[in-house]
Design a protein. Sequence first.
Length: 425
Amino acid sequence: MSKQIQAIRGMNDCLPGETAKWQWLEQALRDTVASYGYQEIRTPIVEMTGLFKRAIGEVTDIVEKEMYTFEDRNGDSLTLRPEGTASTVRAGNQHGLLYNQEQRLWYMGPMFRHERPQKGRYRQFHQFGVEVYGIGSADADAEVLMMSARLWQRLGIADTVRLEINTLGTSEERAAYREALVAFLEQHKARLDEDSQRRMYTNPLRVLDSKNADVQALLADAPALMDYLGEESKAHFSLLRELLDGAGIQYRVNPRLVRGLDYYNHTVFEWITDSLGAQGTVLAGGRYDGLVDQLGGKDTPAVGFASGIERLVLLLETLGKFDTLPAPVEVYVCAMGAGTLGSAMTLADELRRETELAVMMHCGGGNFKKQMKRADKSGAAVALIIGEDELQQGVVTVKPLRAGGEQRQVSREELAGLLPSLVNA
Ligand code: ATP
Ligand code: MG
């Protein structure tokens, strides 16, 4: 045998046992956005490299070291999308969806980042995200946060995630703050680690979310961005807080929260869980009023978030939320004896139409023992047997496989009415 080819490191298969979990989660996500009236947008997985460089920023982790970039056969530099916002804005601009309009959009799909694979961090991963365009006021920020809180309720994980918010003000306010911060960092350069020393000039705000404890200790005395905000920025943030308070959504203001992408202004936020170890952020986002213009569109305010689906699946798994998912097969139909196969297949199809149940037909023949073994392995709650006797008498043998009592014969007419209770026994 020749050597098997393996999947690429950090890029996972989603196997049959897993897909049911994903589908359940994806359905909850779809139901949630639908209940807010948001519409789906689907964009290509590959874009021009320049889009991400311009949108995300040259001195960010993603652009500096995480992008899957390659040359197309015609020499264009293309990149597998590392996130969804840049593509959404690109599509919105290209198709004239944004200027002077309001759009409330969502997307879901694979993203690609060349990071070190570990639990909750992969090279192909999946994000679900929402983007709101054309609303500059903090009610839109509050709405996407209320939507995420609603989602946690729907998933039954509201107790295990907490919200952190911050404001970054406008880019002018941030520029003034940046100067003060760099001056402070220069004074204490010796106490900064290598990463922070480098960021101090390229992207000084990122020093604020350094994971280094010494750097964090130093930052206790650093100037605070909050002190550099003008009246409008303060008003934006206080309206957001007021609306969150009114909605009963608890949060912590974390002045160190700056987020890794360049395009944010005013509101930034993260939903974090302590149940997943280091990769604890399950949803993150903020306002990005400058991006549409930066990508060549007309000035349009925007706010949105993205959530990591793998991390949500891990969290739901950890909390046992998948334990009660319905089995993929509920009823297993067997045909035994001459001339029974056609009737059994017809019966299976009629039951699919008459009930909502998942009915699997045994294929490939075999004796009673073999068919029952398959029935059991399918996970079905009930096996139905059509033998020669059953066929003659117009009945079906019903054999509960887990609980639900004794084997018995049931008339064809009664069958559809009886099955759901047997399956759910
Ligand atoms: P982190 O701090 O964990 O690297 P990030 O700030 O890079 O996250 P965003 O770009 O804001 O993350 O993406 C939003 C969400 O997507 C994250 O909160 C996380 O749930 C998920 N995510 C990001 N990168 C990955 C990855 N490599 N693998 C799995 N999920 C990811
Ligand atoms: Mg990251």
